[in-house]
Write a protein that binds this ligand. Structure first.
Ligand code: FE
Length: 229
């Protein structure tokens, strides 16, 4: 009896030990699988961190839903005014296409509307644009990259131009004067998202950022002006 008992106890211990070994093997492999599973998680954390710059792109809004008077809103703040700078020239030709074939730089088509503060489109509003070329130089003797136009019956404008270059102290910008018929003339500037120098330009205003999209037809920008009636 005692021997039998001892024998069965030994057998039982062996069985327990074996099952422990057997189960411990999957545990190890599971934990190594877990390690492998955590690895992608860690790398996806890295991806999350990679997305972080788009957070720092908070001054780089490209969402068209942020356009003034967009998505059916019934009122909007007036477009902020900006300094005219030293390079305005009166008497620009009436032209909506400032881009010329062979011009250096990236061509861009900018469209948008002129609204009143209660989001009524302004027909026949004046827009007078002027800007530096892709190398950061203004044409001060002629009217290259300078032109005025008027909104159509729906308050819409379209400007075809190039993305301006940088010049000392300034980030990329396009100057514009906007005026509703018989309204107050406002002078302002448009800015481009994702430009490093936006952060160091004291004139930069996040509310004047173009909404930019790269399409199969090229670079397109959008901005809606809100002017005093
Ligand atoms: Fe300028």
């Amino acid at each position: 009896m005692n021997r039998k008992t001892i024998f069965s106890i030994v057998i039982a211990i062996c069985v327990i030990a074996l099952s422990a070994c057997a189960s411990s093997t999957p545990v190890v492999s599971t934990s190594s699988n877990n390690t492998n599973v955590t690895a992608p998680t860690a790398s996806s954390n890295t991806d999350t961190n990679v997305t972080a710059p788009s957070v720092s792109n908070s001054n780089n809004t490209t969402d068209p839903s942020n356009l003034a008077c967009g998505s059916g809103s019934g009122s909007a703040s007036l477009t902020p005014e900006e300094t005219e700078g030293p390079y305005f020239k009166a008497g620009s030709p009436e032209q909506a296409t400032l881009y010329q074939a062979g011009m250096p730089g990236t061509k861009i088509v900018i469209t948008g509307y002129v609204y009143t503060a209660d989001c009524k489109p302004v027909a026949n509003a004046l827009l007078d644009f002027w800007q530096a070329d892709a190398n950061g130089n203004y044409d001060n003797s002629g009217y290259t990259l300078r032109g005025h136009q008027f909104t159509d019956a729906n308050g819409r404008f379209q400007l075809t131009t190039v993305i301006p270059g940088l010049y000392p102290g300034r980030t990329e910008h396009i100057h514009v004067k906007v005026q509703a018929p018989n309204g107050k003339l406002i002078t302002t500037q448009l800015f481009f998202p994702g430009v490093t120098q936006n952060d160091s330009d004291g004139i930069f205003n996040q509310n004047l950022l173009l909404s930019i999209q790269q399409t199969s037809d090229g670079m397109q920008g959008q901005f809606n002006f809100v002017v005093p009636a």
